[in-house]
Design a protein around this ligand. Structure first.
Ligand code: THU
Length: 134
């Protein structure tokens, strides 16, 4: 495993500890490595008004944009449970705004890396900015 990926996993794990998930009890952490090399972490932030909750990936994307980056080189998502914590449909779309079909999405559990899946495999035929052209 690359040193970058290890740092990203550590960063996602640390952010996950801060998740605000009192309703689902399902804590998620994420870490984006931007093309600049900078890392941006996020966690899920739930709300008593349930639909206002935000996924960890969305939090990390917001941190990345606020930090001045706009291209994702790779992302770690860390959840729990036996199943893979794959990004929800909405987050696949959010990621595709700043990433390409080849961008690796590293799915992790608390114990470490479980599987790496390309974003294009998670969201084939994505609707992207090019679709808005004539
Ligand atoms: N969640 C994420 O933050 N990212 C994912 O990839 C899957 C789900 C959050 C949303 C909600 O706060 C909790 O996990 C349960 O769905």
């Amino acid at each position: 495993m690359s040193a970058d990926l290890k740092d990203m996993i550590d960063s996602a794990a640390a952010a996950r500890q801060h998740a605000h998930a009192p309703y689902s009890g399902f804590k998620v952490g994420a870490c984006i490595r931007a093309e600049s090399g900078r890392l941006y972490a996020g966690c899920n932030v739930e709300n008593a008004a349930y639909p206002q909750g935000q996924c960890a990936e969305a939090t990390a994307i917001g941190a990345m944009v606020a930090g001045g980056d706009d291209r994702i080189a790779e992302i770690v998502v860390m959840g729990e449970g036996q199943r893979l914590c794959t990004p929800c449909g909405g987050c696949r779309q959010r990621l595709s705004e700043f990433a390409g079909a080849e961008t690796p999405v590293h799915i992790c559990g608390p114990e470490g890396l479980r599987q790496t899946i390309a974003l294009g495999e998670l969201l084939p035929y994505a609707f992207i900015a090019d679709n808005l052209e004539d």
